[in-house]
Design a protein around this ligand. Structure first.
Ligand SMILES: Cc1cc2nc3c(=O)[nH]c(=O)nc-3n(C[C@H](O)[C@H](O)[C@H](O)COP(=O)(O)OP(=O)(O)OC[C@H]3O[C@@H](n4cnc5c(N)ncnc54)[C@H](O)[C@@H]3O)c2cc1C
Length: 426
């Protein structure tokens, strides 16, 4: 529990004096002096921030706004798509957060008014705040490619927000004939989970190898290179032979038109058809950030990287995928570590104290097969007004490692998922 310093004590004393003068009872005094934080989004960033605010200062009133009654994680959703786990494995409950005293409002925030310090809800209510923390994840840049519109996701799923899209892509793969083609187009940078497409390609290949060995995977990637490329390609060569046909920007990987009906992707030089087609659109900050003036011309939200307070709207903090937190990647682990830093900063600011200098950590595990893991890790500090990589920390799994090493990494991946889920929602 936070210790009261002289300034906080005086502030509370002052408020108590004023309310006592107004004839309020003791519980009313406590209520009147409680700082209010509204957290928007109950995913990796928001749920962590809500939980850790209650830990850093139990005196703060924390309200979490999230439309869903449970959270389905993108991490490990590729294992569902690859047939290794079911949806229950990646579904998290909000019960533990409620038990900690977080008030959960299952609604959609439609506008944050930084001036009036209130959040407008879709069902019409208004939530006042002293500080607001926003972690709404990503939205898609529909229309950036001809024919790639929100209304085709029933045929061409993105499965880049876990939930019904994950189930749909899995069902399509199950229904695909042996000898069919899975056509996947990863998004341009920057996007949520840089190694995610590589892991999806791997786990679909693992499924095909066991159940539909005559099938092919065609990848049309608009980038020059992708995260952990060397390690993925080493694993693909070892495990999947010639099953994966990978194209990049130099080799006809850029999709310029999507024909959803014909399940065909057009490039400048040719066209590719698939039995199952998975196009992951370009991304930007979640819609609430855009409509509340938190994002800039890049589509993402500029923040003070020490406290995550928006550079555009005072009193509102943005964390996770929506924030500009480079050199950190857009990952669940990064969102959660940013949330802890942000919660500590918000608790300090509400107490009239100066936030400390943060440190961050991130590890992204990926499965090339159920018993073949790879990883990239980094520790980050804060210097010269921005987040920096700590030299000599982290790194990639070594190339040329033996089967035992990759088996260990697969176990670490599973352990990471279970422990971070418990830390946030457990
Ligand atoms: C296939 C895949 C695999 C991945 N694997 C990993 C991995 O192994 N490790 C890893 O670290 N990361 C992984 N990620 C990335 C990770 O999922 C994201 O980086 C992480 O979820 C970001 O956290 P966030 O809080 O920013 O957003 P989210 O976790 O997406 O949470 C956003 C929440 O905000 C809510 N919301 C949105 N708008 C509103 C609104 N207006 N009002 C109220 N609520 C709102 C949403 O309902 C959602 O619950 C993966 C991603 C994908 C797609």
């Amino acid at each position: 529990m936070r210790k009261l310093n002289r300034r906080t004590f005086n502030r509370l004393l002052g408020a108590a004096g004023a309310t006592a003068a107004a004839g309020l009872s003791a519980p009313a005094i406590a209520a009147a002096t409680k700082a209010r934080v509204v957290v928007i989004g109950g995913g990796f960033g928001g749920a962590t921030a809500a939980k850790y605010l209650t830990r850093f200062d139990p005196g703060i009133s924390v309200t979490l706004v999230e439309p869903s009654t449970s959270f389905i994680t993108c991490p490990f959703s590729n294992t569902v798509i690859g047939g290794l786990n079911d949806m229950g494995f990646i579904t998290q409950s909000y019960d533990a957060l409620k038990a900690r005293g977080v008030k959960i409002v299952h609604d959609l925030a439609v506008h944050i008014d930084g001036g009036k310090k209130q959040v407008k809800l879709a069902r019409g209510g208004m939530l006042p705040f002293d500080r607001c923390i926003v972690s709404p994840g990503i939205d898609f840049r529909w229309g950036a490619i001809e024919g790639l519109t929100a209304d085709i996701i029933g045929t061409i799923p993105h499965a880049w927000k876990a939930g019904p899209q994950t189930t749909l892509l899995r069902r399509q793969l199950e229904a695909m004939p042996n000898g069919g083609t899975f056509l996947i187009s990863p998004p341009p940078n920057p996007f949520r989970c840089p190694p995610g497409p590589g892991e999806r390609i791997s786990l679909v290949a693992n499924y095909f190898k066991k159940h539909k060995p005559k099938s092919k995977i065609v990848v049309l990637d608009p980038k020059k290179k992708f995260s952990k490329q060397g390690l993925f390609k080493e694993g693909w060569a070892k495990l999947y032979g010639g099953m994966i046909d990978y194209h990049n920007i130099d080799n006809d990987g850029v999709v310029i038109r999507v024909d959803a009906k014909g399940k065909t992707l057009h490039t400048n030089f040719g066209k590719y058809s698939g039995d199952v087609v998975n196009v992951i659109p370009a991304q930007k900050a979640g819609k609430i950030a855009d409509v509340s003036g938190l994002s800039d011309q890049t589509g993402w939200c500029p923040v003070d990287q020490k406290t995550f307070e928006s550079k555009l709207v005072a009193g509102v903090h943005v964390i996770g995928d929506s924030s500009i937190s480079s050199p950190m990647p857009k990952s669940g682990f990064a969102a959660s570590t940013q949330a802890k830093v942000c919660a500590a900063a918000v608790a300090s600011l509400l107490a009239g104290e100066t936030p400390g200098t943060p440190k961050f950590v991130n590890t992204c595990y990926s499965l090339v097969a159920p018993d073949y893991g790879i990883s990239v890790a980094m520790v980050y500090g804060y210097e010269g007004g921005k987040i920096i990589k700590i030299k000599g920390s982290g790194g990639l799994s070594p190339s040329g490692a033996d089967a035992n090493f990759h088996q260990q990494e697969a176990l670490f991946a599973d352990g990471w998922y279970r422990s971070i889920s418990k830390d946030i929602w457990g």
